[in-house]
Design a protein around this ligand. Sequence first.
Ligand code: NAP
Length: 325
Amino acid sequence: MKAMVYHEYGPPEDVLTLDDIDKPVAGDNQVLIKVHSAGVDPSVWHLVTGLPFLVRIMGFGLLKPRYTIAGWDVAGQVEAVGKNVQQFRPGDEVFGTCRGSFAEYACAAEDKFIAKPSNLTLAQAAAIPVSGLTALQGLRDVAKVQPGQKVLVIGAGGGVGSYAVQIAKAFGTEVTGVCSTAKVDMVRSIGADFVIDYTKDDLSKNGQRYDCIIDTGGRRPLSHLRRVLAPEGTLVGVGGEGGGRWTGGFLGDLIKTFAISPFTSQRLRSMMARTTRADLVVLKDLIEAGKVTPALDRTFPLAEAATAIRYLTDRKVRGKCVITV
Ligand SMILES: NC(=O)c1ccc[n+]([C@@H]2O[C@H](COP(=O)([O-])OP(=O)(O)OC[C@H]3O[C@@H](n4cnc5c(N)ncnc54)[C@H](OP(=O)(O)O)[C@@H]3O)[C@@H](O)[C@H]2O)c1
């Protein structure tokens, strides 16, 4: 089968190649998917470049990548199932996460997938898992948002942010999205009550305090964010790029948060999203109820995976982009 493969860390355009490799075989508890589409998100860039170095010591290979096919998010058709698989049959259309989705076929445990939302294409479904799960778990489990609260989404025009805006609206909150000029119309179109173009307006000077801040743009000083966070509000640090080659700014942020937390009533939290069937079902239900729609910017063919990753890291994507196989 064809797959986007890398055998060393480096810039995606240098190390990713379209190779012919063996088709995977589903284990007893696994599902083999004929990939239709694969979502692109910053974790793909981190794993291909091996940056920040922290990702390498998290089990992805110190000097060379341990997993050599790119991609996580996937949507496609079940091709074969292992002997213990109960939920699926060949031909079912599913979406979820797996290792190596930038390929014609990919395998993962059956609990990483559910049936595709009936009102979406497979390309739209591939744009859901990592970003949608992160937004859902950040708002519901970490911030525990309640109807009527004010939620600020930083990076509202990105993958996680575009889901956070819509899910926060579905939870009955008042949502303000923060993004650059090119993404303002998109953020408004997905339902944000207010949009702040940070290139024109200073977030800390609008006099508002928010019960919850979902920060996916990262890299804004904690002191700035705390100024716009309500006294009992929750800051959910999802991520942010450009924080340095060693830990991506993660360690520094963690130390600052630990140092400040005992002295403030504000809740300062970071998070790590997980793929669970239950939460994929929550997302599917929100989508089928018409409350959330993947903001799919554009698709790229498999052979142009490196261009797709560059499109993302150049901050051109409005919402999500997807590889079609
Ligand atoms: N904790 C977790 O479990 C988890 C899960 C998924 C993702 N993440 C992390 O969360 C962050 C957001 O993910 P995402 O999928 O939403 O990414 P994305 O689609 O690239 O969106 C990020 C948004 O942040 C804004 N941004 C501000 N400064 C930026 C910079 N220096 N570089 C790039 N973008 C910048 C961009 O919008 P403007 O152009 O409008 O500024 C962009 O739309 C990433 O760091 C990702 O690794 C964490």
